[in-house]
Design a protein around this ligand. Structure first.
Ligand code: HSE
Length: 284
């Protein structure tokens, strides 16, 4: 086999209180095609690092390849774009090498390269994912998300790099705030797992990252307030931003319109659902 395409879903992560552990795959995708080549090609850093990670993990001799990406996931907007690229390259090289690694091992390489696991997990496995940090490497539990649930995404023109958006976070938060975050992350997971979506109301509130990242996205509080007033079950910063995601069972167009109006910034909206499949690999 010489050529492989991997279709990888973008994702929303953190879901408010679930910093670095909760994520949901979305029906917006990047398709990464990798072809064996005769000679070494020049690649951007993200692709080189990822290929190095794969060949190091498998202990196989590196082979040259070319690649292309059909891109639907907005870049640098907190929608897991870099995880789609890394996972696409990893799964394609894995298939071209005869599937040396199983899916969990590929996910772990991707999460390590990303520096956080909460986009790599939904991109790999689809649906709602919870990543645990057990010794021996991160573990993943997943379940499907109903297609009754709409995700309304406000995608500002503003690009945010994850690294500086992590650097502004404090090294400590108060005990009472930590307790509230734990409770909210558990409520969010239980509400999605049981499909008792009304229980999501109020559960997306967070003390770990959103208050600090509002400095980068000053319209975050007013977009959250507007979406929730218009009937959204809850609204949160997607990953490290700049996308703001609302969850609703009804009237997604109306919620998209009020989010856009409240932002008073150049932005677009996407209305989508969860992707319950995760990355899919196709041989040519
Ligand atoms: N959990 C990561 C963060 C996601 O918030 O920094 C990055 O999109």
């Amino acid at each position: 086999m010489q050529k492989v395409t991997v279709r990888v879903p973008g994702s929303t992560s953190n879901l408010g209180p679930g910093f670095d552990c909760l994520g949901i795959a979305l029906r917006i995708h990047n398709s990464v095609t990798v072809t064996r080549a005769r000679s070494r090609q020049s690649h951007p850093r993200i692709v080189l690092e990822t290929a190095d990670g794969f060949f190091k993990q498998t202990g196989r001799r590196a082979f040259p390849f070319s690649y292309s990406i059909m891109e639907q996931v907005p870049r640098c907007r907190g929608l897991g774009g870099s995880a789609t690229v890394r996972l696409g390259i990893l799964l394609a090289l894995n298939r071209l090498s005869g599937d040396l690694l199983h899916r969990l091992a590929v996910f772990r390489v991707c999460a390590e390269l990303e520096g956080h696991p909460d986009n790599a997990a939904p991109a790999s496995f689809g649906g709602f994912t919870v990543v645990g940090s057990q010794r021996g490497g991160p573990t993943v539990q997943r379940f499907n998300v109903s297609s009754r649930v709409y995700f309304v995404l406000l995608v500002p023109d503003l690009e945010i790099q994850t690294k500086p958006a992590r650097a502004i976070l404090p090294s400590k938060i108060s005990w009472i705030e930590a307790v509230e975050n734990c409770a909210n992350a558990c409520v969010t997971t239980a509400a999605f797992a049981s499909q008792h979506y009304e229980k999501l109301r109020g559960a997306f509130s967070d003390h770990l990252h959103q208050p600090f990242r509002s400095k980068l996205i000053p319209f975050l509080p007013r977009v959250i307030a507007a979406a929730e007033k218009a009937g959204a079950l809850g609204t949160f910063l997607s990953g490290s931003g700049s996308t703001i995601a609302a969850v609703t069972l009804h009237r997604p167009q109306k919620i998209a319109a009020v989010m856009l109006a409240a932002a008073r910034a150049s932005a677009r909206t996407i209305i989508t659902h969860a992707d319950n499949h995760g990355a899919q690999t196709f041989n040519h």
